[in-house]
Each structure stands twice: as C-alpha cells, then as structure tokens.
Design a protein around this ligand. Structure first.
Ligand SMILES: Cc1ncc(COP(=O)(O)O)c(C=O)c1O
Length: 432
C-alpha cells in the first residue's frame, strides 16, 4: 500500500478549515483498512489440523524453532506487525504532526474499549501502562496503607508484583508477609485446597492480598472470583491480581468479580508490541490510589483509570498496534482457543505422566491449570536440558532452577502442534 503523507499546503488548508485532525488520521485509517482485510483470512473457529497450520502461517516464527515459550514473550501476528511497521513509518515521516495532539483521543479510546472488552470491564476502568511491574509499583507506593497494615502474597508471586512492596514498605511503614506456596505438592492441589491455603494465611491485619491469576513457574490458575470473595469476607480491603500470564490465553472477566486491581502485559498472550501494559482499577477504588506519574493537565482524568497513566510522550504506533493485536486475539473464538489449549495440555500431560524419565510438576485439573506447565527431566539440570534441546532441536522453553524446582516450563499457543510435542519426547529419548 502506498502511504501518502499529508502535504504542508493541504494541511494548512485543513487547519484553516478546522479539520486538520481528520486529514492527519487519514494514513492511519488506510492502514487499518488493510489490516481488517488481512484479519478476515484468519480462521475464526479453528478446529481442524489445516486450520492450525493456517494460523501458524500468520506468524513470523522461524521454521526451525519449536516455540514453547509464549509465557516469556509472545510473537506478534504478521498482520499486526505489518500495521505496526506502517504506523511507525507514517509517524517518523513527521513526528511533530503525527505523534501529538487531540486527534489521538478517539483512536486511543478505541484501544481502551477493546482492552475493556478483553477484560470484561468498563473502558474508564482501564489504564494503558507500560507493563505489569509498573502497575504493582503504582499500588505499592499509592495505596492508603501504613503502619499496622499487612500486604500478603505467596512465594509464587512474580518478583515484578512482589519486590516493590518490600521497597515501599520501608518508607510507608506497612509490613509485607510472603508465605511458602506448596510448590512440591502442586500436582495434587485442588481448587478447594488452594482457597483454604489463602484462607489460612489471611490475618486480621491483612489489608492487601496479591496473587497471580496464573503464576509463571508451575502454572496454578487461581479461581479469582472465589478467592477475591473469600478475601473480602475475611476483611481484606484491596485484592490485586497479577494477570500477566493469562490475558489473551484464556477468558478473563474481572468486571463482575470482587477484584479491585488487575494488571497484565499484552506482549505475552495478547501478542502485542512490547512496552505497553493494561491495568484494571475498579471504579470505587480509583479515588483511593495516589497516581505514580504526576504531570500537567492530569486532573481532567480524575474519576477514571486514566489518572494512573504516564502523560509524558508515549509510543503511538505501539498503542495503535495493541488495538490490532487485541482485534486479532478476539477474532479467534474464545471457546475454540480454550478447547485447543486444553487438548494440548491433556496430550502433553498424559505423555509426561506415563514417561519414566519425566515428572509432571503442575496441577492435574484443568480448571486450576492452563497453557503453562512444568516438567522435570529426572536426574538432569533444567538449565542444561533447555540449552541442549535448543541447540540440537530448536526448542524454546524456560528452565527454572530454584530450591524447589528443576523444571522446564512449557507454554504452547493454539497453533502449537502435537507433532511438535512428539518431537520433545523423541528428543528426551535421544539425549537423556
Ligand atoms: C506472572 C508474571 N507477573 C509479572 C511479570 C512481569 O511482567 P513485565 O516484565 O511485563 O512487567 C511476568 C513476566 O514474566 C509474569 O510472568
């Protein structure tokens, strides 16, 4: 597509007529049209093997790579990547003209509405941040908590949602309590035991409860509706959920829950450009939190989650591409996505469980599991296994080597295949 930029004379004419914004946005609208046409060829209800092959073709992943690491960082679909590159080209052709101004209001709000559709909440409950870590830094310094209050989370809470609390507690006076999650027992865990675990840890001083929707090491999917209700019944004032690992993978519905804050990083499962985050803040809780970014003109956003956004210069091309990434994600029916991920989970789990050299270290029940699971290759260091399988066979997997875990983390996506999984078992036989 030819990208014609706005000529100076044309632009000045439109400024005089008071409609420069429309002209400015024109190249972007054309990019969006070509994106919409590309999206139409993506299977909406993928089911057959050929549907998944077609889906895989939508990505730029190298053919010799078996990518089981969507949990670390996602790969952007080609139509989103193309739109992103084109937005960048237009912006760079005249940064002053294209990067700033009130004209961006409508496109930005469209992205926010799409994000709200993914999270199932109201658009004015969504802030566009940089990542999950930023959201927890906002909370750790901005919630009205102090001496006598306790912030509680487990040992499988990600550092990005944990370290900031220890840091800010030193100045603000609240205490932070991190309890041991029974990682070694993950495979036997039930949903009721999970709830009971948190119930036993909550104390009369617990004012903030933080937990991952899906943790990044063993893949325990927390029942957020039940857990948030339980916490509120026990007197917890704020429930904050780290949803970095689930938004875009499985359906999320935060608006009808008792969760107060939920943060995610769209560069993982939403397959958006890196460097943007999404933050849900329940309407009633918004006035309680002191913003972290403070700058001019911000007060006009009081009463909406936008008050928590960074109002310095932002990355417009990435923002627009985030909207496209969400559209791509929503294109695939949620129940088909879940059915596929569950099928792959079941396939891999059964094979691992029956294998004498392997051990399954994640939950065994789908409702508290997801497309993120941990496998141990008995008698071998996970870091060595991951390196060897990458160098020899092109597998991309995240190893964990902690005092409790010596595992490979497998995070396939809908277009991952059983054949790729079979190759993993062949490789295990060959090298171990
Ligand atoms: C569960 C979880 N929380 C938080 C993070 C941090 O995300 P970010 O680096 O985008 O802030 C990650 C990243 O891997 C994660 O897996």
């Amino acid at each position: 597509m030819q990208l014609t930029n706005v000529s100076r004379r044309e632009f000045m004419k439109q400024v005089a007529a008071g409609s420069a914004g429309i002209l400015m946005l024109e190249p972007f609208l054309r990019i969006r049209e070509s994106f919409a046409a590309a999206l139409a060829s993506v299977p909406r209800r993928p089911e057959s093997a050929s549907d998944f092959v077609q889906l895989r073709e939508q990505y730029s992943l190298a053919p010799d790579v078996i990518y089981f690491n969507h949990g670390s960082i996602g790969t952007i679909p080609k139509p989103v990547q193309k739109a992103h590159e084109q937005y960048l080209r237009v912006c760079e052709s005249n940064p002053w003209l294209y990067m700033w101004g009130g004209e961006w209001e409508a496109p930005r709000e469209k992205v926010r509405s799409k994000a709200a559709a993914v999270l199932h909440c109201q658009p004015d409950e969504v802030a566009i941040t940089h990542n999950t870590t930023e959201a927890f830094n906002l909370l750790a310094q901005g919630l009205p908590i102090g001496a006598g209050d306790e912030v509680l989370f487990s040992s499988i809470n990600h550092p990005g949602a944990s370290i900031c609390w220890f840091h800010h507690s030193q100045k603000l006076g609240y205490t932070v309590r991190q309890f041991d999650f029974p990682v070694a027992r993950a495979a036997e865990l039930t949903e009721d035991e999970l709830l009971d675990l948190y119930d036993r840890q909550i104390s009369p001083r617990t004012r903030v409860l933080v937990f991952p929707y899906l943790d990044n090491m063993i893949g325990v999917r927390h029942p957020i509706h039940r857990l948030a209700r339980l916490a509120k019944a026990r007197g917890v004032r704020y429930v904050a959920v780290d949803a970095a690992q689930i938004v875009g993978m499985l359906p999320v519905s935060v608006g009808d829950s008792a969760v107060d804050v939920l943060a995610t990083s769209p560069h993982k499962w939403l397959q958006a450009p890196k460097g943007l985050g999404l933050l849900y803040v329940r309407k009633a809780v918004q006035p309680d939190i002191h913003p972290m970014w403070v700058t001019w003109g911000q007060n006009r956003w009081k009463g909406t989650a936008r008050i928590f956004e960074d109002y310095g210069t932002r990355n417009m091309p990435e923002l627009l591409a985030l909207g496209d990434a969400i559209a791509f994600n929503l294109r695939i029916a949620a129940e088909k996505r879940e059915a596929r991920l569950r099928h792959l989970w079941q396939f891999f789990r059964q094979r691992v469980t029956a294998h004498p050299k392997l051990e399954w270290r994640s939950p065994q029940h789908w409702p508290i599991s997801a497309s993120l699971y941990a496998v141990e290759v008995k008698g071998h260091k996970s870091t060595d296994v991951a390196r060897l399988l990458f160098e020899k066979e092109g597998f991309v997997m995240r190893p964990f080597a902690t005092k409790e875990l010596n595992t490979l983390r497998i995070t396939p996506n809908v277009f991952s295949t059983e054949e790729e999984m079979e190759r993993f078992f062949v490789a295990i036989e060959r090298y171990f």
